[in-house]
Write a protein that binds this ligand. Structure first.
Ligand code: SF4
Length: 424
């Protein structure tokens, strides 16, 4: 079977700038083969390792457990991260000697029929800032990583469903992905408008039946609903600032709080005290009054009400950032199927659209903590790195209670209200 083609984003740049951010956020589980490779590197004889600690930790309490991860330093960063922000394994033995998970980040590879769609994680500040070389010019290096990730006999999995009831196969699913991505292609259209138009289009898909509408007829159907959106929701749409319903506000705060957390190292999330504190904080987010529970050190103590004030229009560069974000995530299939908790197309886009108000809610928290009532681009950049760390990776977003939260927000029309409320 020929090697799958890579569908690379053409609007995104990236090179690692050694900020060390990913080495401070992630717990890296390693395979047995990687453990043996690192054992052979003899780090026990290398005095650069902080505190002379073991570099690998066994996971699980069973004596027969064969799961391992890289150890952390006192401040939570990877044991191999040096004072210059560089990886000791990379510096001493070269990139291929690192665990595969470290080589892959911040890429994400998703099946797209027989091809592989490449997306990126915007938890990396260099991805957010669009720094480095164009991704599509780095194909040979990306292909080397893909070859390690793909099973030897790669076979295309079935296409993700369009809705809970309907499936159309890969060719039509990919047509729908391309049509959805087009809503974010015009840089002159504000991203709030693009999102509302895309949501209107996705709702038409949600209510359609596709048993006989496939192939050519599916293409006609997509054109038809795009024309309907152009008529009903033109690109110069005026968007009034509309508050979410009371129920929508509660559901959204609980969702945004999850995106604002920093529970990256699994072992810190255990224990009765921790569970109680999570419960207390959930109650406060449900109430939505008083001071926002801190969630992580980055955030200052500000009242919930401070985030509900108008913050003015988004900086022009943030409009561009959001358009790029949505195009990379949609074209990279980073919102549905295997990449996203096996969720269908329509529901996955509702989750993705909610990233916009969630990121802006976190950005407002950062700004309000500094006494500002206007957002600057840096607030939004930072908020995006915080929120996107979880997108498609924190298991909680695929759990039934979270999925039902997003379904409620779409059913009540609150996703659109939240976009208008936090977008200005
Ligand atoms: S977060 Fe991005 S720029 Fe920073 S070290 Fe990791 S890959 Fe490099």
């Amino acid at each position: 079977m020929p090697a799958p083609s890579l569908k690379l984003p053409t609007i995104q740049n990236w090179n690692c700038h050694n900020c060390g951010g990913c080495c401070k956020q992630h717990q890296i589980e390693i395979t047995l083969e990687e453990k043996e490779r690192i054992d052979k590197q003899r780090w026990d004889e290398d005095d650069s390792i902080p505190g002379g600690k073991p570099v690998i930790v066994k996971l699980g309490i069973s004596p027969t457990s064969q799961r391992y991860r890289l150890a952390h330093q006192e401040d939570g960063s990877c044991i191999f991260l040096d004072e210059r922000g560089l990886c000791r394994i990379h510096a001493k033995f070269g990139e291929p000697a690192k665990p595969l998970a470290c080589q892959v980040y911040p890429y994400a590879f998703h099946p797209a029929g027989n091809d592989i769609a490449v997306s990126l994680r915007f938890s990396c500040p260099s991805v957010v800032a669009n720094l480095g070389e164009r991704i599509d010019r780095q194909e040979p290096a990306i292909r080397k990583i893909v070859n390690q990730v793909l099973p030897k006999r790669h076979k295309a999995p079935p296409a993700p469903k369009l809705t809970a009831r309907e499936a159309v196969g890969w060719p039509d699913t990919l047509k729908a992905v391309t049509a959805l991505s087009r809503f974010f292609a015009d840089p002159e259209v504000p991203v709030q408008t693009s999102l509302l138009r895309a949501l209107g289009w996705v709702e038409l898909i949600e209510h359609a039946r596709f048993e006989v509408v496939q192939g050519e007829r599916f293409t006609e159907f997509l054109e038809l609903i795009s024309q309907a959106v152009d008529q009903e929701l033109p690109a110069d749409l005026e968007i009034p600032r509309t508050p979410p319903s009371r129920l929508g506000g509660i559901q959204f705060r609980l969702l945004a709080a999850q995106y604002a957390r920093k529970d990256t190292h699994a072992e810190t999330a255990k224990g009765l005290g921790r569970r109680l504190s999570l419960l207390m904080s959930a109650l406060k987010f449900t109430r939505g009054s008083g001071t926002i529970p801190q969630l992580q050190e980055r955030f200052q103590r500000v009242p919930f009400s401070a985030l509900e004030e108008p913050f003015g229009s988004l900086p022009a560069e943030s409009q561009k950032l959001f358009s790029r974000y949505f195009r990379v995530k949609i074209q990279g299939l980073h919102f549905l199927g295997a990449a996203y908790y096996d969720i269908p197309f329509v529901e996955g886009f509702y989750h993705l659209a909610l990233m916009f108000p969630s990121i802006l809610w976190i950005a407002r928290w950062i700004a309000a903590g500094e006494g500002r009532t206007e957002l600057v681009a840096e607030d939004i950049n930072e908020a995006m790195t915080i929120a996107d760390h979880h997108h498609g990776y924190s298991p909680v977003f695929g759990m039934p209670h979270f999925r039902s939260r997003v379904k409620t927000l779409s059913r009540t029309g609150d996703i659109k209200k939240l976009i208008s409320w936090y977008g200005q």
